[in-house]
Design a protein around this ligand. Structure first.
Ligand code: MIC
Ligand code: SF4
Length: 645
């Protein structure tokens, strides 16, 4: 039996476990990336482990999220990351150089290698046949120290792309179609592998749009083969030497196959407040809109920006619409300036923002009250834009521009003269904003500069002998990490300050939660299906830990968040019978006898609800390694106990 692409990469990097779907495996990690909103924590944890120099082939720290600098906090964090990376052998991508995933694809990604990043959209690298996986900062810190990264061996979905995209239909519409088919938890436990006759027309930037937004399926990763188009892209980036061909074997076996016919695909939109709430743009045609934002790691490549510029050329943005455009990288931005496309963008009345995440993570450009905002981004979770009652729709750049000009939702296929745009055969290469780390000999002399906003990381504790506590929050299905630990201008600057962050924890769902948790001295949380979907931010585990949360019970968990909970010693348990969800109410007193011992010896626990003495069976299905981590009170303690520091 042959291998799929992902199985080939895993086979080459396997350090522990069997390649049996669902089994825990350890992977050797070739490259890591961090961004600044998760980076400070990752590097603080790396420092705590005491490793002097990174052991990966390449590690890069990007500054792209926290770039507003409305106070000293972000600037201090940037300075910390700049100095800590210089000391420990990590490259530093300065603010202004672009969004981590876009820059990594352009300058560093290598087909067939492994990459983990403290950002859930790390699978973007799958656009060039690299296995990119999003992880918590602590896992990235461990990998930088040479440790393995653990996942459950994924199953593989084959996405067969037939036909050819029509005019004004984009790669974004392909991934929106996949989201319509699979839903936001349809990818959990899977990697998606793309293939089929349409591949010969899909360039690397288009592929990267698709692999990027595979994160919204809950998938472990998404990959395309590495083929002649990959070679052409790497050649255009002056990196043809990094090219290796990589395809699945002809007799590879997939766990699931889906097929999309690009000939019949039409422009799609993800409606509020979930990336899988899909309608055709035609159904929404004519709806008045207030704002359009183009950019983010999903749609900010040179190809996207040239398309946008060509559609805006000679036009004016509708007077009732505010249009923002953030190019994905300095490379893209400078090339737009060089070829004059930037002129067309500026002249249309678009508001050009720096090449960073910006509005995607609520850093500016929040919509007006009740506003309708069309975004080429990947997430439209409630309140993520910074305006809780805004209606955010996720669309392709083509739909975004057509609508920005018309002032109403507009299906771009109704327009004439589709722009003829191609990926450049040569990119402008200037890595002057990538700082190289100091030589090993000089490293000792480098002082790591820390600002007052960097507070100690809360420490996990050994689990209680018996868990005797209260249910301090009950939430529904598909709770995102944006619900648990919101971001945006008011909160993001405190990513290094957990006590301050705790004031915002879960406030999107329940404004009283932080005070209640503090007054009651912590407790447990009950969630529905897919608890913790979305970002990789470990703050969504660290802050509840700080507030005394000892366990989370849910119907099911999202992969990265579950790993983060374990990393910080919070037990992620699932309900054996989903109906029991209704038996628990806010503030119920709950009890698990022999909690600590059962974590060690069993994967079944029973929670007693003291209100009515009902007994609720729970599962804690973890590997032996994960159980040890929980029993140690988290990964940092576990690593120390095992002498790996
Ligand atoms: C996001 O898109 O939600 C983020 C911000 O990039 C996060 C990381 C973070 O919260 O810092 C992600 O996707 O992991
Ligand atoms: Fe940045 Fe948005 Fe991409 Fe997250 S999804 S890395 S916030 S651009």
């Amino acid at each position: 039996m042959g291998f799929t692409i992902v199985q080939k990469i895993i086979k080459n990097h396997l350090v522990s476990g069997q390649m049996t779907a669902g089994e825990e495996i350890g992977l050797r990690i070739d490259q890591t990336l961090t961004q600044d909103a998760t980076g400070t924590m990752a590097y603080l944890q790396f420092e705590a482990m005491g490793t002097k120099r990174v052991k990966t082939e390449l590690s890069v720290a990007y500054i792209d999220h926290n770039t507003l600098q409305a106070g000293f906090e972000n600037a201090d964090d940037h300075r910390y990351i700049q100095t800590v990376t210089k000391k420990h052998g990590i490259r530093f991508s300065r603010p202004g150089n672009g969004i981590c995933h876009q820059v990594h694809l352009e300058r560093f990604g290598v087909p067939g290698k492994t990459l983990i990043g403290s950002d859930s959209h790390t699978p973007t690298a799958g656009g060039i046949g690299m296995l990119g996986i999003g992880a918590g900062g602590l896992d990235v810190a461990v990998a930088m120290g040479g440790g393995a990264y653990y996942i459950n061996m994924p199953k593989v979905i084959y996405v067969n792309l037939k036909g050819k995209l029509g005019a004004f239909v984009g790669a974004k519409d392909i991934i929106l179609k996949v989201l319509e088919i699979l839903g936001v938890k349809g990818g959990v436990g899977y990697v998606l592998e793309y293939g089929g006759e349409a591949l010969k027309y899909l360039t690397v930037p288009q592929r990267a749009t698709i692999t990027n937004m595979g994160a919204e399926l809950g998938a472990t990763s998404s990959v395309f083969p590495s083929d002649e188009l990959t070679r052409a892209f790497l050649h255009a980036q002056g990196r043809e030497g990094d090219y290796v061909p990589l395809t699945a074997d002809a007799d590879a076996v997939y766990d699931k196959v889906i097929e999309i016919d690009l000939d019949t695909l039409v422009p799609l939109a993800a409606c509020p407040h979930s990336p899988d709430n899909i309608k055709t743009v035609r159904e929404l045609q004519g709806m008045k809109i207030n704002q359009v934002c183009i950019g983010s790691c999903t749609n900010s490549s040179m190809l996207d920006m040239l398309t946008v510029a060509a559609m805006l050329k000679g036009k004016t943005v509708h007077p009732d619409v505010s249009l923002s455009i953030s190019p994905g990288s300095k490379q893209v931005y400078s090339m737009l300036a060089e070829c004059g496309a930037l002129y067309d963008i500026i002249n249309s009345g678009a508001r050009v923002l720096e090449c960073a995440c910006g509005p995607c993570i609520g850093m500016g450009f929040s919509p007006n009250s009740g506003g309708v905002s069309l975004r080429t981004f990947n997430r439209n979770f409630l309140a993520r834009s910074g305006t809780k009652d805004a209606e955010v729709y996720l669309v392709s750049p083509e739909t975004a521009v057509a609508s920005a000009i018309a002032g109403v939702f507009t299906d771009p296929t109704t327009l004439k003269n589709p722009p003829k745009v191609e990926v450049p055969s040569v990119f402008s290469i200037n890595d002057n904003l990538i700082e190289m780390p100091a030589d090993e000999a000089e490293a000792d002399g480098i002082e790591v500069l820390r600002g007052p906003n960097i507070k100690p990381i809360p420490k996990g504790a050994v689990p209680d002998v018996n868990l005797d506590t209260k249910l301090i929050l009950k939430v529904g299905d598909n709770i995102t990490t944006d619900h648990i630990m919101p971001a945006g201008t008011k909160v993001l600057p405190y990513r290094s300050n957990v006590p301050k962050l705790s004031e915002f924890c879960f406030t999107v769902c329940d404004p009283d939660f932080p005070n209640r948790a503090k007054e009651l001295g912590g407790g447990i949380i009950l969630g529905g299906n897919n608890y913790g979907q979305g970002s990789s931010r470990e703050h969504a585990a660290l802050v509840p830990l700080y507030l005394g949360v000892k366990a989370v019970i849910a119907k099911s968990f999202a992969r990265i968040h579950m790993a983060n909970l374990i990393n910080f010693g919070i037990a992620p348990m699932t309900l054996e019978n989903e109906e029991d969800y209704d038996k628990l109410e806010l503030l119920d007193d709950v009890y698990i006898e022999n909690f600590r011992e059962l974590i060690r010896t069993s994967d079944r626990l029973v929670l007693v609800n003291k209100r009515d003495n009902s007994r609720i069976p729970l599962k804690l299905s973890l590997s032996a390694r994960q159980k040890e981590i929980l029993l140690a009170g988290g990964t940092l303690n576990y690593t120390k106990n095992n002498g790996n520091v």
